[in-house]
Design a protein around this ligand. Structure first.
Ligand SMILES: N[C@@H](CCC(=O)N[C@@H](CS)C(=O)NCC(=O)O)C(=O)O
Length: 255
């Protein structure tokens, strides 16, 4: 969408249809801008997709993977210098799961999470915790055993254990998603976005890998067909399999 009067060039003004947050345009100096620190095609995709789902107005701050100090504010926003990270005025949030939950709460009209007190809240919290502490980390042993040990003799066994864990995770997800449209049954949430991205990372596995079976694939297809998700993929230069159209570029810049 095109920038509106009074906004930063490139700022995404996508508030149409929301009941709040779209008042008369204020002079730029008096506006607090929501910033997404990102590397296109990385874990920041999920947060961008949630912002797109929410119809949020935000700007992106592109972090160069090899030059993380180029943007001095990045270390202030996330001392770990990892993406995604969000800043809005004095508020900063990093860690994918936390940032997704924050987006859902910041834009409640978008109904991207069950609110406190909702009977689905416990399931939602459980999904978000599990995605962050289990599935997000599960690809590393198969994709990059050398990030776990530099002893090449151990890599095969690390990979084998990694695949065994992925098989267990795949069976678990099949059980959870069979007969269920979304992670929370009929209620779409940021958990679906997070799961969609993490399942999409299967295409990075050398030689190919399919996590789970028909129910996981159907869930990914449902999420991936949503207009906001398609838009986020285009913005992040990703195809339907989560492969970068231009692997040599991040936000249009060479890596
Ligand atoms: N636990 C973090 C992990 C974030 C993360 O690893 N981000 C990657 C991009 S996919 C990154 O910034 N990697 C840079 C690095 O490891 O130096 C989260 O959930 O946000």
């Amino acid at each position: 969408m095109s920038a509106q009067p009074g906004t930063v060039p490139g700022l995404r003004q996508v508030c149409a249809g929301l009941s709040t947050g779209c008042g008369p345009a204020l002079p730029l100096a008096s506006r607090v801008v929501l910033e997404l620190f990102q590397i296109t095609g990385s874990a920041s995709f999920a947060v961008r997709a949630a912002l797109e789902e929410a119809g949020a107005e935000y700007v992106t701050v592109d972090i160069h993977p090899q030059r993380r100090d180029e943007i001095p504010d990045f270390a202030l926003v996330n001392p770990l210098k990892r993406v995604p990270a969000l800043r809005e005025g004095d508020v900063v949030v990093y860690e994918t799961g936390a940032a997704l939950q924050w987006v859902a709460e910041r834009f409640p009209e978008a109904r991207l999470a069950p609110p406190p007190g909702d009977p689905l809240r416990g399931h939602y919290l459980r999904w978000m915790a599990w995605l962050g502490n289990t599935l997000h980390r599960a690809w590393q042993p198969v994709d990059s055993p050398r990030s776990i040990t530099d002893d090449p003799a151990a890599h095969e066994s690390i990979r084998r254990h990694g695949y065994e864990q992925l098989e267990r995770i795949g069976r678990y997800l099949e059980g959870e998603l069979t007969r269920s449209q979304w992670c929370l049954g009929d209620a779409y949430s940021v958990a679906d976005i997070y799961l969609y991205m993490l399942v999409g990372w299967q295409s990075f596995v050398e030689g190919g890998y399919v996590l789970g079976a028909a129910a996981v694939a159907a869930h990914s297809a449902r999420v991936g067909a949503r207009p906001a998700i398609k838009r986020a993929r285009e913005l992040d230069d990703l195809d339907e399999r989560f492969q970068r159209h231009h692997p040599e570029l991040r936000a249009g810049r060479p890596i």
